[in-house]
Design a protein around this ligand. Structure first.
Ligand SMILES: [Zn+2]
Length: 128
């Protein structure tokens, strides 16, 4: 098995939830659960560990529109707590949940593309 694969940009493969090596197989088997390997090229996805990266981006950026909406409702209309729950709540879910999957795919594909992995201490061998 000596196939070569083109260098696929992570933005192209990860956001669509495709394998970072071949661009054909699926990256996910659930909404956010990674498949064990690519069904097209057999790439083992065990290297992938985006940890809480997708949640970090959602917390920092995707929640901003919800906060602005809640503040605007409060300042402009003195909205009741029930209004906040019924309007801002679903809006927050709509702006925060959908970006998680493409963000996770992008991070996993970037991890593969840039060969990112845990740092290791490299020691010089005696006599070299
Ligand atoms: Zn693949």
């Amino acid at each position: 098995m000596n196939e070569t694969y083109p260098q696929l940009p992570p933005m192209q493969t990860g956001i669509r939830g495709r394998c970072p090596r071949c661009g054909q197989g699926h990256l996910f088997k659930g909404f956010l659960t990674l498949a064990p390997k690519c069904e097209a090229c057999g790439l083992d996805y065990s290297f992938a560990d985006p940890a809480d990266g997708p949640a970090f981006f959602v917390i920092c950026f995707a929640c901003v529109p919800s906060v602005l909406l809640a503040v605007w409702l409060e300042v402009a209309f003195s909205a009741s707590l029930l209004t906040q729950v019924l309007v801002t709540g679903p809006f927050m879910l709509l702006t925060c949940i959908p970006p998680l999957r493409p963000l996770k795919g992008w991070l996993v594909a970037s991890q593969y593309f840039y060969k990112a992995e845990e740092g290791k201490v490299v020691r010089r061998q005696a006599g070299t």
